[in-house]
Ligand binder design. Structure first.
Ligand code: GLN
Length: 548
């Protein structure tokens, strides 16, 4: 049965709890253990699928088609363990399950209460697959003291109580602010945060303290004394230049040792950190630089395209170069017909996924520029659809080409639907059907689907294979009705769904690197295994940089 590590946060949010959890997962793996990481989010949305990327950052999609918190992306990037739908849960989902059960009469006339009904539902969730791994790491979203987090804290308290002694530990992440005037790191906010935790029955075994500077002995002892943890379980988490140094830095700070000590595992197996040493070496010692323009919509919040930023970094690591990604607002490209001044000087252009019409004509112009000027282009999901529309208009003479998505949004028919709303498709051995009137949440083609690549196509060479599986999240598709016309004009359909109905990849023959993919390759890229498309895209960018 798995040992459980519950990770909570205090003092302020955004301290990097997800990263600390992911790094700890990687360190336990480096010692030969199997791990799974989970995120429990106190918000009331049923899942993050309908939350704005501006507010919540990217939606991370799992192979089994769940729309989850972006922390699951961190987990996957650090551990290589593919996240599942059952690795992410929110209060909204918990309550909706409890209420469904109540309506069905499952509780046999009882009064439904937070304790035990909601907490039981949370505990059942934590237990899923508990026999599959050595360690289950469960991160609780938000900070201690949040009203909505209380059922989760209560549930993990009960959970640890239900298990044999020594089966569960608690790790708490806080901030030690540095007060310049007195030249001191302050421990009081951490003391208060731990006090708050203890008042609801949770005592941390390991305290991870984010801090701008090393923690002096005196402060460490004070934290240990007042927070009731051992001094060597007070772990300093200093700011890092790259997140990919986190496993090494946390190891040096003693995190994995403190965790194993807390479980009483002794002697602990020694870690093999070679992979992470290589990763850090590649991040910190690049031998060149490329500039990539990302022409998108959600450019104000970096987290909105988190996995793309990381996948580009991985592509850079594979080529030993630094990728300078610059985020450009697609709407700006709509103001002036000539986008050349905005795009000249970049070694490659990436148009990411997105929803809605705003900014799309700008993305089409960016694709046109890349095609005309033979600049490497990677179009992801909406970015592929825009590249197809551009080619349809400019190469195939379909002046009115567009996406049904935009007509639906505007409520008028203006475009020839080269990209149309898919209402029926095959998932495994069943047919899925959707109408335009369905709910917004969870009505997309979601999760892993296979694709078959054309022999000798550029993508088949890049993947080194003709059978691939990638993750999807979209409602609209390129219509194969136009395949012949587009291929005659030079846009090849080099990847298709196994039944041949859905275009998965397009590429332009007469171009050094112009590829559009209907799926999200960024979700599967890892620092120690960069995604082939990103690896080769950065290689092409590097070649382009040498031309100018
Ligand atoms: N809006 C487009 C669709 O639904 C693209 C989605 C995306 O880029 N993820 O098909």
């Amino acid at each position: 049965m798995a040992r459980f590590i519950f990770i909570t946060g205090g003092v302020v949010s955004s301290l990097g709890k997800g990263l600390a959890s992911a790094a700890l997962g990687a360190l336990l793996q480096a010692r030969g253990y199997s791990v799974r990481l989970r995120k429990l989010d106190p918000y009331l949305n049923v899942d993050p699928g309908t939350m704005s990327p501006f507010e919540h950052g990217e939606v991370f999609v799992t192979d089994d088609g769940a729309e989850t918190d972006l922390d699951l992306g961190h987990y996957e990037r650090f551990t290589g363990v593919a996240a599942r739908a059952t690795d992410s849960i929110s209060s909204g989902r918990i309550y909706s399950t409890v209420l469904e059960k109540e309506r069905r009469g499952d509780y046999l006339g009882k009064t439904i209460q937070v304790i035990p009904h909601v907490t039981d539902e949370i505990k059942d969730f934590i237990r899923i697959g508990e026999n599959e791994v050595d360690f289950m790491l469960c991160e609780i979203g938000g900070t201690v003291g949040d009203i909505e987090g209380l059922p989760f804290f209560e549930a993990i308290r009960q959970f640890a109580q239900d298990k044999p002694r020594g089966q569960c530990i608690f790790m708490h992440l806080t901030l030690l602010p540095f007060i310049a005037a007195s030249g001191e790191l302050k421990t009081k906010p951490t003391q208060h945060s731990v006090k708050e935790l203890r008042s609801i029955g949770l005592a941390p075994d390991v305290l991870v303290c984010r801090s701008e500077r090393p923690i002096p002995e005196k402060e460490r002892d004070k934290l240990a004394l007042f927070c009731n943890v051992r001094p060597d379980s007070v772990i300093a988490a200093l700011d890092l230049k790259s997140i990919y140094e986190a496993p090494l830095a946390y190891h040096q700070a003693g995190l994995d040792q403190a965790v194993l000590d807390a479980f009483g595992i002794s002697p602990a197996p020694q870690p093999n950190l070679k992979v992470w040493e290589d990763v850090a070496d590649r991040v910190y010692n690049p031998e060149g630089e490329v500039r990539v323009a990302i022409v998108g919509k959600y450019t104000q919040l970096e987290d909105a395209y988190k996995s793309i930023a990381e996948a580009l970094t991985h592509g850079g690591m594979a080529n030993r170069v630094k990728v300078r990604a610059e985020w450009l607002d697609a709407e700006v490209f709509e103001q002036d017909k000539d986008v050349a001044p905005l795009l000249e000087g970049y070694d490659a252009i990436l148009v990411p996924g997105g929803f809605g019409e705003r900014g799309t004509e700008g993305k089409i112009r960016a694709a046109a520029f890349a095609r005309d000027h033979k600049v490497p282009y990677l179009g992801i999901c909406l970015g592929m659809q825009m590249a197809v529309i551009e080619a349809a208009r400019d190469l195939a003479g379909l002046a009115n080409a567009g996406s049904e998505e935009f007509d639906h949004e505007a409520g008028v028919k203006r475009f020839e639907p080269v990209v149309y709303h898919l209402k029926e498709w095959v998932e495994g051995n069943r047919t899925v059907q959707r109408t335009t009137a369905d709910d917004k949440g969870g009505t997309m083609r979601l999760g892993a689907y296979n694709a078959v690549l054309t022999d000798n196509s550029q993508v088949a060479q890049i993947y080194g294979d003709t059978a691939i599986s990638e993750r999807h999240r979209h409602r609209y598709e390129v219509d194969i009705k136009y395949r012949e016309k587009l291929e005659a004009a030079g846009l090849c359909f080099s990847g298709m769904s196994p039944d041949g109905r859905l275009p998965e990849i397009v590429e332009i023959k007469d171009h050094p690197w112009f590829i559009g993919v209907q799926f999200h390759p960024e979700l599967k890229s890892k620092p120690f295994a960069p995604h082939p498309l990103f690896r080769d895209f950065v290689r092409a960018a590097l070649e382009q940089s040498r031309l100018v």
